[in-house]
Structure formats: C-alpha cells, structure tokens
Write a new protein. Structure first.
Length: 451
C-alpha cells in the first residue's frame, strides 16, 4: 500500500447503482409515526441513508458475484463447503468449522450445547443477541470492559477477570462456563482488542481450566488496528496477525455478514471433539446438514472470497480512515463521539449531547429519531433501550461495507450538525409496549409526556 494523499478515495469502482429514496420531511414524520417511533419498524423505502447496521448490508465484489456461479448445491459434501473450509483453516487454523445462516445461529448452537443453567459467561462486552442467547438457557452474561479511552479500549479488564475467576475459585471453576472476547468490541464503540490482552486472557483461562471463545465478526478490522497501533506488529502480515488472534481460542462464533462481506452467513468452530459432535447434532436439527448449515452453496463461495477480501490493506485503510474522518467532522459540527474511532461505525455520546433527557427516557432513541426526521438517516440506539441498566447512552451509525461514498458521509455529517443545533429541544421517549427480551427490535415507543 503506497497511498499517501490526504483525500480519502474509495479503493473500488462502481459497476452497478441503486436509487435511494429521498422523502420530504412531512413524509418522514408520517413514516416515523407509522413505525411507532421505532426505526427497526421503518420500511427501507422510507430511509435515505441506512446506517442501522453493517451486518449483511455490504456490497459484494465482482469476484464474489462470479464465485456465486460456481456454487455447488449438493445437500451433503458440497464442493463449496470444502472451498470455504480451506479458507477458514488458512486464516484461523481451525479445521472443524460449521457454516450457519448467521452469527446468532452460531450463538444459539453454542448456548444450547455447552452452556448450562446457572453458569456464567465472561465477556469484554456481550452484544445484544449474544447476551440474549446465553440468558435464554438460564446462564448469566457478565461484561468486563476496560475504562474508555486508549488505543485498545475494547480490551477485557484483566483485574476484573482475575476477580471473577478467583473469588471462591472452586465454585467459579464450576460456574464459569467460558470466557468470550468480542473483536472488535461493538457495544463500547467498536474498539479493538490488543494481542497482548488476548494472550493474557488465554493465560488466565489456562490457569483455571476455562475455555476461551472469540466473537469474531469483525476480525479483519481488529487485526488492522493491531497492525497499526500495537508495538511489534507494524511489519507483520495481516493474515499472520489473524492466525495469532485465533490461535488463543478454543472456538469462535462469527457473523460473516460483517467482515465476511456477504449478505447472509455465519461460522461456528471448535477444537474439542466432544463439543464438536454436540454442536453438529444441534446444527443438523435446526440449520441443515453440516456442509451447508442453512446456506446455499453459492453463499459459501461468496463467503470464501469475502473473508480474504476483508484483509486487503487498501480496503482496510480506506474503511478505517473514512470512519475516522466521519468522527472528526462530527466533532467539528458539535456532535460528541467516542474517540479514538472504531473500525465499522461512529458512536455518538447521546448522554453528553442530550443531558436534559434521563436514561429512563432513552436519549439515544430521541437522537436517532431526530436524525431520521431531519434527513432520512437511520441509526441505532445502544443505550438503555437495547441494554437496560447500561451506563452508556450511545447512538451507533454503522457504515455498510463498500456501499456509500464520501459524499454520503458528508451529507450525514450535515444532518447531524443540524440536529445538534436543536438538541436541547428534543423530547425523551417512553415505552408503550415491548417484549421482555431484545425489546429494541419491536418496542412500541412514544414521545414522553410530562404528567
């Protein structure tokens, strides 16, 4: 990579385009009311710039589209499975890998096969479906993040991990089912985890006989930050960094809809042969045969290509620099964001931007609804609605891979700047109706009214 210009350019050419909806403010107000003030309920046709998630929303490359045509749709022993297995082994060292239809399927299989009621899973920070799947089987999901700030603010708190593993050690050895590290740490700003932290966590797991798993959805972005920020890795090839990351783990789950750059797909891998057999049995029950795992052969082929494309240095430089530019310009227009920037999204500090709205009135919801009304931008709340009791009130604007141009980013910055100017006038929100678990997906909301 030799790019040394200040101007950020997309390291690709556009060969196909899709029109985006541009609605009037009145039309957006009507759409938000019809969606019960919950942006998950909005039809895509009512959204101009969709930053709700980077999961499955990326644009596949010409090489991926070409690979679709080679898909082997055999029910058992598909050639496309073995192509995927070869790439996964090359990058991770794992030979026993199961494809799944998406990451939460891998989480569900993991939860149903090796987690027992009353056990504890320790994580740098569980994301929403990971936590929900563990809690659905009666386990307790415990977060051990480090304080904000620094180059590797996604790390696991090693002192807190020590305390969790050593307090009443005999009891903990039975109760702690596993340690999981999420790379990058989505819930705290898409922050990376250092190699040193991964290895320190591994050592503690060895000391206490506890397995270590990775939630590896954004493995490529995490490897890039290690290369850029961690001493001793600047001259190490990205694939080597990736292999070193996965070498610490006894298994991993992955939503391949992120750094696999595909629209559907996930992975589950394990080293323990007994756990492998149990997971295989569960996968057959709900996903399909182990060599397709709920995916078409063409999806497996596209994923095989995407996993390697995600490690292209020009692409990762562009992606992370674009997110950094996004964050820096938002600060300039009066929008407080989590710094340093992560790899896949910008995280606005809604608590700081809307100090007049208390957590029980969901400042993050107030902000995402204002962004939508102002310019048709859809983001997601990562605060008290998604994570009840959370100390953070964040709004995430996740950038789909290879979809939007720099002009789109500048438009979103302008929209956010306009909202910032009237932030003090934004109302809070309240829940009208919501399920007990994963309530953010389907909650009915309304502007808060003083009694």
């Amino acid at each position: 990579m030799s790019w040394d210009f200040q101007t950020i350019i997309e390291p690709f050419r556009i060969k196909s385009v899709e029109a985006i909806p541009i609605l009037s403010r009145t039309e957006r107000e009507v759409a938000l009311e019809a969606a019960a003030h919950n942006l998950f309920k909005l039809p895509a046709a009512a959204v101009t710039i969709d930053l709700l998630t980077d999961s499955g929303t990326g644009a596949m490359s010409s090489a991926q589209w070409a690979a679709l045509m080679t898909g082997d749709e055999s029910y058992a022993g598909s050639n496309s499975y073995f192509a995927l297995q070869k790439v996964v082994e090359r990058l991770t060292g794992f030979t026993d890998v199961f494809p799944c239809h998406q990451g939460r399927a891998a989480e569900r299989i993991l939860s149903r096969t090796v987690i027992e009621p009353g056990q504890i899973i320790l994580n740098n920070t569980h994301f929403d479906t990971t936590r929900a799947n563990f809690e659905a089987v009666g386990a307790e999901a415990v977060d051990l993040p480090v304080p904000p700030g620094g180059d590797f603010a996604g790390n696991m708190d090693l002192d807190a991990l020590d305390a969790a593993l050593t307090t009443d050690a005999g009891r903990a050895a039975r109760r702690v089912a596993m340690v999981m590290v999420t790379i990058t740490n989505n819930a705290v700003g898409g922050q990376p985890v250092s190699m040193a932290n991964l290895r320190a966590v591994r050592q503690r797991c060895d000391d206490f006989g506890v397995p270590l798993y990775l939630d590896a959805a954004r493995f490529a972005e995490n490897a890039w930050f290690i290369k850029q920020r961690e001493p001793g890795f600047g001259d190490v090839a990205l694939e080597d960094i990736v292999r070193q990351m996965f070498a610490v783990a006894d298994g991993f789950t992955m939503s391949a809809k992120k750094d696999g750059i595909v629209n559907i797909g996930g992975l589950l891998a394990v080293r323990d042969p007994e756990w492998h057999q149990a997971m295989k049995n569960e996968l057959i029950l709900t996903e399909g045969f182990p060599t397709y795992g709920g995916l078409a052969g063409r999806d497996l082929e596209a994923l095989s290509v995407g996993l390697l494309e995600a490690l292209d240095e020009d692409y990762l430089h562009y992606r992370t620099r674009s997110i950094a530019y996004f964050s820096e310009r938002l600060i300039e227009v009066g929008v407080p964001v989590i710094m340093p920037p992560g790899g896949h999204a910008v995280y606005i500090d809604a608590k700081k931007m809307l100090p007049h709205i208390p957590p029980e009135q969901f400042p993050g919801v107030a902000l995402i609804n204002a962004l939508y009304i102002e310019g048709g931008v859809r983001a997601v709340e990562l605060g008290s609605l998604m994570f009840p009791g959370s100390p953070r009130e964040l709004v995430r604007m996740a950038m789909p891979r290879r979809v939007y141009t720099q002009a789109h980013v500048d438009y979103v910055i302008e929209v956010a700047g306009r909202v910032a100017k009237r932030a003090a006038a934004l109302p809070g929100y309240e829940i009208v109706k919501a399920p007990a678990a994963l309530r953010h997906f389907s909650a009915v909301l309304a502007p808060h009214r003083e009694i």
